[in-house]
Design a protein around this ligand. Structure first.
Ligand code: T1G
Length: 692
């Protein structure tokens, strides 16, 4: 049973026990209703306490049930809450840990609420593209006030229970044992009548229309492509403008509308995708972890410095190694500057600044790294340099230290083979800027120990990264796919597009940045270096030569104030470049291509389906364990629009058969070899299936 009933003297206790977060699934809802009925039947019972077992009161409705019959199967959460509220005997919610979404709505339906400090209180439904659908938009404004309730509902933000101690939300804060406190409180109110019901409270808010209009205008700007935030305002407005039951109906209708939207399904896909990514089928969840109490980073460049900051931000001391004092000083100064900028923006206190800076120390000798529990190499992307570094680390590092490489494309198995301890070697591919981007590609070598993988996944959570496991291949998951994306972008330039058209089309699709602005930011020479290697290793793979022509002019991007675009000193804005556009047009002529008008639809399809097709190959080869992992890589590392759920999820929403049809049509164009449909994609499309 996921909701148990027992009697403690003249108080009944209903305990929610549905790990991991007491999700209010159908069985739990049924258990609550049965418990209330039992308490009502027993005349000796004078009050009911509802309390959560484990980590908290309740994390809300069971999101996994959404869009399945179970979600609405009676007793629905609405029904449960109305039964609780209609009880003749007082029902007290005893809250600890977490009371979120439907969990908080259940508590709002109770007559009283008591809580201990430190409990996470939220109506976070907007974060998964819906709104509180069990009375939260009608009850929270009545008990907390219109403004604070609207802020909580539209932002989905968590507020700690102690911050709400002085509000009417909690009738008493409990110090000491929660159940004991709740039972004592229940005895105190067992005879109190009439029973207080939040639904009976009338909101008095002068000029509510003005405030709500202001709220709508603000939310409309912030909400972007997501419909839920504005619907939250509409629902909360009903708490002021309508009778309670009418407001409840409006809330229900808005909820049912939102739960069907692609945006909400995409957000739920990302919610579970983030959590599922850290599960590795052949690595038991109770695999013993290595202790990570100290870290080291080899290389104090842009990546090394950013990586070191991740450890310091998590309170882990980190030693930063460089070969020359000047480079070390520059690296440490850059780190300091980054923290100063964050402090200037008010996102870091002086105390935090001092602590984090103190946690990062520099050194010029490998021996100083010896006792670190993990060392991350962040040196030049060249196998010869990696060999030198890993041979030295193998000599110096204590036994049991994890030896990680920040390589973005190179073979981690080859790097592991430079050491006598390949089981301790793993890839930790951070994304620039390493202290900002959430994605961490964790590259599992053939010999990487299961405990090393499990430890690195746990560490990714500690340093607040989204860790996604990749197998070993050229470019792992993200860069291997982006290679195809960039190839198509180059071909489009030859066929008739200019950089600004391609960028605008994909930015309109929702990407944070188009391929050419992204390349100018990262540095066009990086791709140039990789292509030169590819021309030798994989001569059969064709590329547009335009990018090489650009680099031969030294136009490496923002760092040279000229790339695909022109840049002005002190201004990061990208300006269309007459020189580059003329070069592109001349190049088409030189290779005999008659330029044509290309639609935005074709641009987006060719770039996004190139990702999807390569993603399907990556899945088939087992480089990625699941499609949602690929989506997490693109959502957290490549600016893929969250409201579309990631390339694989997006392909599912388009329909894989439509994707395959489009690929076949592009295969008739130039560079048809780039459009060989992945067998898995073709198979799933043929079977009418999806990736997720
Ligand atoms: N439903 C199903 N599974 C859930 C869940 C939920 N609501 N919340 C968490 N999980 C799973 C999660 O997938 C993971 O699974 C495990 O629990 C631990 O989660 C009518 C309709 C509660 C603060 O949006 O914010 O109520 O990986 O790793 O860091 O208005 O989970 O172990 O298999 O995040 O301690 C509204 C979402 C639902 C809360 C705990 N509620 N959850 O954080 O653990 S909609 C939410 C969270 C709703 C009503 C509407 C967090 C947490 P696994 P975790 P955590």
């Amino acid at each position: 049973m996921t909701a148990t009933y027992r009697e403690q003297g003249d108080i009944a206790v209903i305990t929610l026990n549905n790990p991991p977060v007491n999700g209010l699934g159908h069985a739990t809802r049924t258990g609550i209703v049965e418990g209330i009925a039992k308490a009502a039947e027993n005349t000796a019972i004078k009050a009911v306490v509802i309390i959560g077992e484990g980590r908290g009161f309740s994390g809300g409705a069971d999101i996994r049930e959404f869009n399945t019959p179970k979600a609405m199967q009676e007793p629905s959460l609405m029904t449960v809450i109305s039964i609780v509220e209609a009880s003749d005997k007082p029902v007290i919610a005893a809250i600890h840990g977490v009371a979120m979404g439907g969990g908080l709505e259940l508590a709002l339906g109770c007559h009283y609420r008591v809580a201990v400090a430190g409990a996470q209180i939220a109506l976070p439904e907007v974060n998964i593209g819906i709104l509180p659908g069990a009375g939260g938009t009608q009850r929270l404004p009545r008990i907390l006030g219109l403004e604070p309730a609207l802020n909580m509902i539209v932002s989905g933000k968590t507020v700690m229970s102690d911050k709400l101690a002085s509000t009417k939300l909690f009738d008493q804060m409990i110090t000491g044992d929660l159940l004991e406190g709740a039972l004592a409180f229940a005895k105190k109110v067992s005879d109190a009548r009439p029973l207080p019901k939040i639904r009976d409270i009338k909101i008095n808010y002068p000029n509510a229309d003005g405030y709500l209009q202001f709220a709508r205008n603000t939310v409309r700007v912030v909400a972007g492509p997501f419909p839920a935030p504005l619907k939250c305002v509409d629902a909360v407005a009903a708490s002021v403008k309508m009778k309670f039951d009418d407001g409840l109906n409006l809330e229900r209708n808005l909820f049912l509308e939102l739960v069907q939207t692609t945006e909400s399904k995409a957000l739920r896909h990302a919610f579970f995708g983030e959590r599922t990514a850290s599960k590795v089928p052949d690595v038991p969840s109770d695999t013993p972890l290595r202790t990570i109490k100290s870290a080291a980073v080899v290389g104090a460049g842009t990546m090394g410095g950013g990586i070191a900051m991740n450890f310091a931000n998590a309170g882990i001391p980190v030693k930063l190694l460089e070969m020359k004092q000047e480079a070390l000083d520059k690296g440490l100064a850059t780190i300091r500057k980054n923290y100063e900028n964050t402090m200037k923006k008010g996102r870091l206190t002086q105390e935090q600044f001092d602590k984090r800076v103190a946690l990062i120390t520099g050194t010029l000798v490998y021996e100083d790294l010896a006792q670190a529990d993990i060392v991350v190499e962040a040196v030049f992307e060249d196998m010869g340099v990696k060999e030198t570094v890993f041979k030295k680390l193998d000599e110096v590092m204590k036994q049991g230290a994890i030896l990680a490489s920040n390589t973005s494309t190179l073979d981690v198995d080859k790097i592991a083979a430079f050491t006598k301890r390949p089981q301790d070697v793993i890839g930790t591919h951070f994304f620039s800027p390493a202290n900002v981007m959430k994605l961490l590609e964790i590259v599992r070598g053939a010999k990487t120990g299961k405990d090393v993988l499990a430890t690195t996944l746990a560490l990714s959570k500690t340093i607040k990264k989204t860790g996604v496991v990749s197998g070993v291949c050229d470019g792992f998951i993200g860069n291997r796919m982006v290679e195809q994306y960039i190839r198509q972008a180059g071909f489009l330039l030859e066929e008739g597009c200019l950089p600004e058209q391609v960028d605008k089309a994909v930015e309109k699709f929702g990407f944070a940045m188009g391929p050419f602005r992204m390349s100018d930011l990262a540095g066009n020479d990086i791709g140039w270096y990789i292509r030169k290697r590819r021309y030798v290793e994989k001569p059969e793979v064709t590329y547009s030569k335009v990018a090489d022509l650009l680099c031969e002019k030294g136009r490496f991007g923002q760092k040279t104030s000229a790339g695909w675009y022109d840049y002005k000193a002190g201004d990061r804005k990208a300006y269309a470049s007459t020189e580059v556009n003329t070069m592109i047009i001349d190049h088409s002529k030189a290779i005999g291509i008659e330029r044509r008008k290309v639609s935005d639809k074709e641009i987006v399809e060719r770039l996004v389906y190139a990702l999807v097709n390569e993603g399907a190959l990556i899945l088939e080869e087992g480089i990625a364990m699941r499609a949602s992992d690929i989506d997490m890589v693109y959502l957290t590392g490549y600016g893929f629009p969250l409201f579309r759920g990631g390339p694989m999820f997006y392909a599912d929403t388009v329909g894989l058969s439509n994707v395959v049809m489009a690929i076949h049509s592009y295969a008739k164009g130039s560079h048809s070899e780039a459009w060989t449909p992945a067998p898995l994609l073709t198979k799933l499309a043929h079977e009418g299936k999806t990736f997720s």
